[in-house]
Write a protein that binds this ligand. Sequence first.
Ligand SMILES: [Zn+2]
Length: 600
Amino acid sequence: MSHVLAAVAWPYANGPRHIGHVSGFGVPSDVFARYMRMAGHDVLMVSGTDEHGTPIQVQADAEGVTPRELADRYNRVIAEDLLALGLSYDLFTRTTTRNHYAVVQELFTGLHRNGYIVPKVTTGAISPSTGRTLPDRYIEGTCPICGYDSARGDQCDNCGNQLDPIDLINPKSKINGETPEFVETEHFFLDLPALADALRQWLDTREGWRPNVLRFSRNLLDDLQPRAITRDLEWGVPIPLEGWQDRGDKRIYVWFDAVIGYLSASIEWARRTGDPDAWRRWWSADGEGKDSPGYYFMGKDNIVFHSVIWPALLGGYSGAGSRDGQPGDLGRLNLPTEVVSSEYLTMEGRKFSSSRKVVIYVRDFLERYDADALRYFIAVAGPESNDTDFTWAEFLRRNNDELVAGWGNLVNRSVSMAAKNFGAIPPVDPAGLTEADEALLAVARAGFATVGDLIARHRQKQAIGEAMKVVAEANKYLSEQAPWKLKAEADKPRMGTILHVALQVVSDANTLLTPFLPHSAQQIHELLGGTGVHAPMPVLQEVDDLDGGPGYPVLTGDYTVGARWESVPLPAGRPLAAPKPVFRKLDPSIVDEELARLES
Ligand SMILES: [Zn+2]
């Protein structure tokens, strides 16, 4: 057994999340974590809401609430949505906890002591009409690298490069269109060039990364610049240096604090379990955590933070880089093993946009459809390695033709027929198994190696495809064997054998599909007469801040229970539950209804 970190991107707490977000970071990380646990690994899956930064400050100002009040509202909405999707976080927390502040300040201090954070007088943008700092993301202009004319002050969405607003050609305020004024201000910078060689050496040792991610990351190293990590802003983590700590106008900026959330959430999780050092089993590069892999899940717009910036922070803190240095109090820390990024999901051919109402929020989706219907769509047709379009027609087709007519039908007819004729798992006829029976059982058993290996390598589309092939084989077997024709008393033993084989394969296929479809997997486990937890689910808990701050909700759960990744023989004679359909067939009219909602 090994310790496996599943580090999941932190949703920004400025609004509810739409299905594009959860198809990028949410469902794939949960499939991976569930599989790894079933395969016997000790998984720590952490995330939370990302709550600092200027967008939340600006939105709070516009609504006349404090940034904290805004963050409280959307932290809860997002946590509830992720709960409804069944995402099995060990801890889903937030960046406004006192624990997070302390860990961010510890990393800042360690990097500063090792010489990787340096002060610099720089030119910052202010609004000429108000005199206030104009946040990066609120400045738009032409990208100096690729010429894209709507590049943001912090990043160009076209070429993906990190920018500073002063680099933009013809900059304008997105709030009121005025041209920002650039004034001198003192800030701290992360000295990325001093960490570039160490980053390059580390990238050279990466295996199994998607080639585009590796190529993109290597290219970024070619012209790394020192990057400002503080801002003129009141909303954020205070700078932990003498003369700066108590200043109300300077804060550590959101991109620096949010990536540290993976570590602070792991430490918070450990503190809440009563074993405050337990996080080291996943993180410590010396001692028991040294071989523990860490997998990071995100959308492709976040690659730079996980393949360059976060490794730079971890490396610099640990004393790796051209200035060397000593590890801080947390010791040497593990860098990411793999950065698993997804591509974009579009909606009916258009980019998701809350402002243009090209959107469906997770909450609204789950009011009308089941969580596993969405999880199935994301697994078979999500943006794993290509930009992908969500259409209601395709959602309907996948749900009705594959989930209901394929998997649901197999479960339904085999359980119903066995319940009606035997009331229990039927025994195998003393005549034994035929070649066809043995062949089908072998296909199902072989699925464990194939599907498991694909999930472990982040090929989830192929993985669920292989699991659904087992389903298709079993449906074909039932059609060929036609147990419904074996009603004569003399044929009944053979009918029992066929149904025994079919139910065994239903059970195996159900285990293979459990990481993808945990809600229905639990129901099918119970239909087969199983008891107890098959697919453990997260819970939402109200907790106190560990260090005296305001309380908040977290997602957590006990995932030590549940099915293992193996074929478990069904005992003949075990009573079957009363059959009921597990999946819902959708009426084709939903397509027009949903499209009308999108237009309105
Ligand atoms: Zn660009």
